[in-house]
Write a protein that binds this ligand. Structure first.
Ligand code: BTN
Length: 262
């Protein structure tokens, strides 16, 4: 069901956040909440506006992939942020969002959520949520668009996704209400975002490392045309993934695509 004015008001009443969610714009369907947020960013310097859609016709994932955005069952939202971070620090926002998502899902799900670097949240090894962070300049205004998709009550996925995607409902055998999930997420996000701006990246990295089960595991990492095989060790203080390669070299990666091998 599309979000009603009452739903929007209910979310806003639950928010403890200073900025995030002060304004919430809802759609029954939109091309992509990230693209809607980009159109909006050109109009004002306000931070914290949330774009929330019941479904998306052109939901986007990382690396030009599409994000399966079935109506009624998922959470698709984007937030306009305007932190004073350098462009190369934008990946820190992805880490912040990952921590807030893991905290949120773990408050509702009996099956524990784990973070997979850089932007995936997994339940039982399958993807339940993803993050798409984009740097954006429109007219004289610029900012970061943080897009989040959560598979909440999907009962099935297209064949091409069945091996890799799951939903909270499929793993827990129960249906979840979307509104409490949205408010928990926005409150956790606000808290972790403030923490990043006030204290820096270190506490976020600690939280991230605690919510991941990829360390000590064999991984295959692709970065551009380069590929590496080794053991994932931790996120370092810069938020880079440290891999001990099979050749015995420790490398910190600031980007890449990971495959967990065991
Ligand atoms: C990924 O895992 O590749 C990132 C997925 C991000 C999906 C969300 S859904 C809301 C927002 N709007 C989009 O078009 N994408 C993000």
């Amino acid at each position: 069901m599309p979000y009603s004015k009452e739903d929007q008001q209910w979310i806003q009443n639950q928010l403890r956040a200073e900025h995030i969610g002060r304004e919430i714009i809802t759609y029954s369907s939109v091309d992509s909440t990230n693209d809607a947020a980009k159109r909006l960013i050109g109009e004002s310097d306000k931070e914290g506006t949330v774009i929330l859609a019941d479904g998306q016709t052109q939901g986007k994932g990382r690396q030009g992939r599409t994000w399966h955005s079935e109506e009624n069952v998922g959470i698709y939202l984007s937030i306009v942020l305007k932190p004073s971070l350098r462009p190369e620090q934008i990946s820190q926002i992805t880490l912040v969002a990952g921590v807030a998502l893991a905290q949120t899902i773990n408050e509702f799900s009996r099956v524990r959520a784990h973070l997979k670097w850089p932007n995936d949240i997994l339940l039982n090894g399958k993807k339940v949520a993803g993050i798409l962070t984009e740097n954006c300049q429109n007219n004289a205004h610029s900012g970061i668009i943080l897009g989040v998709g959560i598979n909440v009550n999907h009962s099935q996925f297209p064949v091409s996704l069945q091996r890799i995607a799951t939903s909270m409902a499929m793993e827990n055998g129960e249906i979840f209400e979307r509104l409490p999930l949205i408010t928990y997420f926005l409150n956790h996000l606000d808290q972790e975002y403030r923490c990043l701006l006030d204290e820096g990246l270190a506490p976020i990295v600690d939280q991230w490392n605690m919510n991941s089960d990829m360390f000590g595991r064999q991984v295959f990492l692709a970065q551009g045309t380069q590929t590496y095989s080794g053991t994932a060790m931790k996120l370092n203080e810069k938020g880079h993934l440290v891999v001990l390669t099979d050749d015995g070299e420790e490398i910190g990666f600031d980007s890449g695509e990971i495959t967990l091998l065991e």
